[in-house]
Design a protein around this ligand. Sequence first.
Ligand code: F6P
Length: 341
Amino acid sequence: MKKLGILTSGGDCPGVNAVIRGAVLGGEVVHGYGFVGFRDGWRGVLEQDVVPLPRRSVRGISRLGGTILGTSRTNPLEGGGTGAVRESLRRNGLMGLIAIGGEGTLAAAKALCDQGVNVVGVPKTIDNDLGATDYTFGFDSAVQTATEAIDRLRTTGESHHRCMIAEVMGRNAGWIALHSGMASGAHAILIPEHPVSLDQIATWVLSARDRGRAPLVVVAEAFVPEGQETPYAPRGLDTFGRPRLGGIGRLLEQQLQQATGIETRATVLGHIQRGGEPTAYDRVLATRLGLAAVEAAANGSWGTMVSLRGTDIVTVGLELALGSLKVVPEARYREAAVLFG
Ligand code: F6P
C-alpha cells in the first residue's frame, strides 16, 4: 500500500483538522493510500515520532480547533536537515509528505524539495498573508472570533464612555484588523501597511466621541504610528528568526489617553484568535485543500502547494508562496477608512 505522511507545523489555526480529514479520506477512498501523522510538526519527522492515521482516527475532527497531531515551530533545516527527513520517510515507507504550515513551514518544505524530498504544501495561517492563495483557511475563523470580542468591547466602552482599543494578530499584514474592524464598525483601523500619525488617530477618536460614540480602535500587532520608531520592546525571535510582535495596544492606550483626554483601555486579543472551532467557511476550504493535496501527491506534483484561486482549488509552485507577503492593498484600506469619519 502506498503511504503518505502528514505534519502540521507553525502556529495552530482553526481548520487544520479538516485538512487532515480531507487528505486521509480522499487518499483512502480515491487511491487506497495509507497515512501516518508526525507529532508536533517537523520535530516528529526528525525524531520519528509517528502515529498511524487510519480513517477512524479522523472521524468527526473537522469541527475541532487546534490540531490532533500537535504542532511546533521546529525548523527541520536546523534540527537535522534533509538527511534526517529523508531517513524518516524511508523508515516509515512513505512516498512523500503533506506539510500543513505557514510561511516558515512552506519555506522549509521548498528547501527540502530542492534537495529531492517529496513534499506538497498546504498554506495555513490566520494571518492570510501568504501569496499565491486568495484566502488561507483559519482567517475567517480568526476574524469571526475577533469581531465577537470587539463587539463586547464596544458595549463596555459605551457604558463607561471610554475609548476601547483592540490589538489583533496578523504578523506583518493587517488583514485581521481590516476585516474585524470593518465588521465591528471600528472608528479607526490601524494596519502596518498604512502608517498614520498619532494626531490622525486622535482626530478620528475625538470625532467619534463628538458624534456621541464610544471610540473603538482596532490595531494590528505590527502597526507603528507614523514618525515613531518601533515603539514597543521587542519580544525576541521565533525559531524561524522572525520577531515576536505585540504591545502596540498598551502603548496606544497611554498615548491616546494623553492626546485626547478620553479614558482609554486596551485589550490584547492574542491567542484567543487562533483557538476554538473553525467557521463553516474554513471547514469547507480546509477540507477541499486536504483533498487537493492528496491529488497533487498522487500526480507526483511535489514542490507545489494547493491554493484557492477565486472559487477553485489549484496547484502552484511552492516558491510562489514565499515570493512576497500578501499585504492589504491601499484601495482596500481607503475603502475602510471612508467609514472612520
Ligand atoms: O502567524 C500566526 C500568528 O498567530 C501571528 O498572528 C502572531 O504574530 C504569531 O503567530 C504568534 O506566534 P506565537 O504563537 O509563537 O506566539
